[in-house]
Write a protein of this length. Structure first.
Lengths: 204, 204
DNA sequence: ATACTTTTTGACCATTTGGTAAATCAACGA
DNA sequence: TCGTTGATTTACCAAATGGTCAAAAAGTAT
């Protein structure tokens, strides 16, 4: 058998342990940031010994980079799905709601991402430039097209997208603060608020 | 002389060095988070030796806590200034713009705050509950009053405030990402966008 | 100048932390 | 059953890091 780029397919146990480690690492990195996370914490959360973790990953950094790479896909997906041929307001509101659902269902991922950007994206700038950049430009053009056609009210598409990111991810990233200020689950209120917000902003 | 709570007033050199240290620490903590920051980094940034820093502060934690306490005042100030007797839309838009200016002029403070909340506010939950909580409730009531009087369009005041925090701080906290996606200075565009956003949302 | 206080430093320490090496244990096909 | 490969652990290590301490240096008032 010729030695291609994927020399050997990972065994059952490899898959299981690697995903255990990544899940544990997501817990720890998202809660404490890169420097704040320790291999011991990850090991304990994964139910493995530290050297055993380093058997599956070459080091702390590789675990982190792997998480960020995997995350990028998930993270961009809702924006990818925004359909240029759909009804503009529906598409944008659906995008907002998908992002809000992600903030609720994947808060660890949101915080991992926020941590990374906060620190200046030392391990993600390439991904940002290569993956997010083109997608962002493409979708801005789509939205601009909708506005030029008079189907939604005109506004800077770039800042519109920023505002969607900010207002949705806020509920994951600043969860601690939000829950100090509102006692019950904030997501129902957030859904209603954001629906109204973007309807009033974008209705022509 | 009786020994009151403030035994001795700080000398000129004390004031100078303490503020040097705090400024350096703000740099380092905001860039790397609490765990990611080291006393050596702070010492170098402050132009002092590490033991000298520990002459002015009992430890890393005290520096961090001091920063957070000082920050809280600055941070709440724009909301405090929102005047119940003013013109509602003007007051809210002025609040948005003050927050946006803070994101531009005090990005280190914004990131320090964001880092702390992201990690679950381990050193700030008391401040949040005691200082921010009551102020938040008070201002929500003010806004609700404006809405009940029909002077601005009705919307959940709590999420309105969250959205203002999110959309303004985003430009400081996610600066790295923003600057990958828009080349020129984003703040002029942000100002125009947010003005339109909140005008359309709140105009009755 | 002198005595006294404040500030600064150099040399250390204990702990934590990312990472390694070699030995042991488990899986599994021939 | 045996041998080979894959998986795991035990015992370490070197560097980094928060912090201490006593001595030196620099101010400061008399």
């Amino acid at each position: 058998m010729p030695d291609d780029g994927t020399p050997k397919k990972p065994s059952r146990i490899q898959q299981r342990n690697r995903s255990r480690i990544l899940d544990a690492a997501l817990d720890v990195f998202s809660a404490h940031g890169y420097r704040g996370a320790t291999l011991d914490q990850i090991a304990e959360a994964a139910g493995l010994s530290k050297p055993n973790i380093l058997y599956y990953f070459t080091g702390k950094e590789e675990i982190h980079v792997t998480l960020l790479s995997q995350l990028m896909e998930t993270w961009l997906d809702p924006l990818v799905e925004m359909d240029a041929t759909g009804e503009p307001l529906d598409e944008l509101l659906a995008y907002v709601m998908r992002k809000l659902e992600m903030a609720r269902d994947l808060p660890r991922e949101s915080r991992l991402f926020a941590n990374e950007i906060l620190q200046g994206a030392p391990r993600m700038q390439p991904h940002l430039v290569q993956d997010l950049g083109p997608l962002f430009a493409e979708k801005c053009a789509v939205i601009q097209g909708w506005m030029d056609a008079g189907r939604i009210a005109p506004i800077d598409p770039r800042h519109l997208i920023f505002s969607i990111w900010a207002t949705t991810q806020h509920y994951a990233d600043f969860d601690t603060q939000v829950r100090v200020l509102v006692q019950d689950d904030p997501f129902d209120g957030a859904r209603a608020f954001l629906d109204t917000l973007y309807r009033r902003l974008l209705t022509p």
